[in-house]
Design a protein around this ligand. Structure first.
Ligand code: ASP
Length: 340
C-alpha cells in the first residue's frame, strides 16, 4: 500500500512538472526605433547591427532553450547590447546637455510582478544588472543617482569610470544637436519664446522580452535616454508601466521612443490592460497603442511584446526599429526598416 502510494505520488509530481515545463520558449529584442532609413546606412554598418542583434538574441535564447528562466534570458540579451557601442545603452549611451552619460534601466518579472529600476546612474557597467539587483536584493522598486550606484557597488556589481561609456560618435551627435538648438533658440528668442525642442532623433534604447519553458514572462530595458537631456531628466524606461512591463496573465513589453510621450501614454501597461480588460490579443493591443494612440498623441517609437503562448508583436510608428526575435519554432528574424 505504501509502495503504491509512493508510486502515485511520483507520477503526480512528474505530471505537474511536465505541465509546468510545457511551454515553448521565445524571445524578442529591440535596439531602438527612429528615423532609420536604408539610404542613410552603409552596408558595413547594417551588417554590424544585424550581427549584434543576432548575437544578443542567441545569448538570450540559449538560456531559454536549456531550461533557464526568462529573467536571465532578457538580462543576457541586453548585456550584449549594453556592451556594444552601436546602441544607446551602456557603452555608447547618448550624452546629456552637460556632456555626461546618465543611464536608466528596468526589469520586471511577469510571474511575481516584482520590478526593479534605476535612473540617472553614471558608474555601473551594466545598468540592467543594477535594476535586477534592486528587484531581487532590496525591498524597493526604484533607485536613482548616487544611492543606486552605492547600492550596486554593495551588491558587488562592476563599477567603471564614467569615461567607459564615452564614444566619439555620440559626443559629436550632442555637439551637432546643441548647435541646431542654439540656432533654433536664437530664432525663437526673436519671436519671444524660450522653449528648446528635441530635434528629430534616433532612439537607440535596448530592450528584451521573453517567455521561458515554465511559461514565465520577463521584460527589461536599458538606455542612455535622449541626447541633450537636461536637469536630471528621466525617461519612460525606468517607469514601470511606461517603457517596461510584464505580467504572466497578459504580456511582457519593452518600449523605445520619445520617453515623455510614452510616460504620458502609459504605453507598456496600456497594452497589458487592453488584453486584460478588453480581451484583445497581443497584436491588436500593441498596435492599438503604438499605431493609433501614440500616433494621435504625437509620440514616435515602438515596442516589442510577447505573451505566454510565445506570440510576438513588434509594432513601431517610425521609419525603422532595430529588432529581432526567435519564435517558438526556433525561427530567427532580424529587421531594421519598415518593410521586412
Ligand atoms: N525611450 C528612451 C527615453 O526617452 C529613449 C529611447 O528609446 O532611445 O529615454
Amino acid at each position: 500500500m505504501k509502495r503504491y502510494f509512493l508510486l502515485m505520488l511520483t507520477l503526480w509530481v512528474s505530471l505537474i512538472a511536465f505541465a509546468q515545463t510545457g511551454h515553448k520558449p521565445a524571445i524578442a529584442i529591440h535596439g531602438g526605433a527612429g528615423t532609420i532609413l536604408k539610404e542613410n546606412m552603409s552596408a558595413t554598418m547594417e551588417a554590424e547591427y544585424r550581427a549584434k542583434l543576432e548575437e544578443a538574441l542567441t545569448a538570450g535564447y540559449e538560456i531559454l532553450e536549456t531550461g533557464g528562466n526568462s529573467l536571465d534570458a532578457v538580462v543576457a540579451a541586453i548585456q550584449v547590447m549594453e556592451e556594444s557601442p552601436l546602441f544607446n545603452a551602456g557603452k555608447g549611451a547618448v550624452f546629456t546637455n552637460n556632456e555626461k552619460n546618465e543611464l536608466d534601466a528596468a526589469i520586471m518579472d511577469g510571474k511575481t510582478r516584482l520590478a526593479g529600476t534605476v535612473a540617472g546612474i553614471t558608474t555601473v557597467k551594466s545598468p540592467v544588472a543594477a535594476a535586477r539587483a534592486v528587484m531581487e536584493k532590496s525591498p524597493h522598486v526604484m533607485m536613482i543617482g548616487q544611492g543606486a550606484e552605492q547600492f550596486a557597488k554593495e551588491q558587488g556589481l562592476e563599477i567603471v569610470d564614467p569615461s567607459y561609456f564615452y564614444t566619439k560618435k555620440r559626443y559629436d551627435q550632442l555637439q551637432k544637436i546643441k548647435e541646431t538648438e542654439k540656432q533654433q533658440l536664437d530664432h525663437s528668442n526673436e519671436q519671444g519664446s524660450l522653449l528648446p525642442q528635441f530635434p528629430d532623433q534616433k532612439f537607440g534604447t535596448v530592450g528584451a522580452v521573453a517567455v521561458d519553458q515554465e511559461g514565465n514572462l520577463a521584460a527589461a530595458t536599458s538606455t542612455g535616454g535622449m541626447t541633450n537631456k537636461r536637469y536630471g531628466r528621466v525617461g519612460d524606461v525606468p517607469i514601470i508601466g511606461a517603457g517596461t512591463y510584464a505580467d504572466n496573465n497578459t504580456c511582457a513589453v519593452s518600449a523605445t521612443g520619445h520617453g515623455e510621450y510614452f510616460i504620458r501614454s502609459v504605453v507598456a501597461y496600456d497594452i497589458s490592460a487592453l488584453m486584460k480588460y478588453k480581451n484583445m490579443n497581443l497584436k491588436e493591443a500593441a498596435e492599438e497603442v503604438v499605431l493609433k494612440k501614440l500616433v494621435d498623441f504625437g509620440g514616435d517609437g515602438g515596442v516589442i511584446s510577447i505573451d505566454r503562448a510565445g506570440n510576438i508583436a513588434m509594432p513601431f510608428n517610425t521609419s525603422g526599429m532595430y529588432r529581432g526575435s526567435i519564435d517558438t519554432q526556433g525561427k530567427l528574424y532580424i529587421g531594421i526598416y519598415k518593410e521586412e
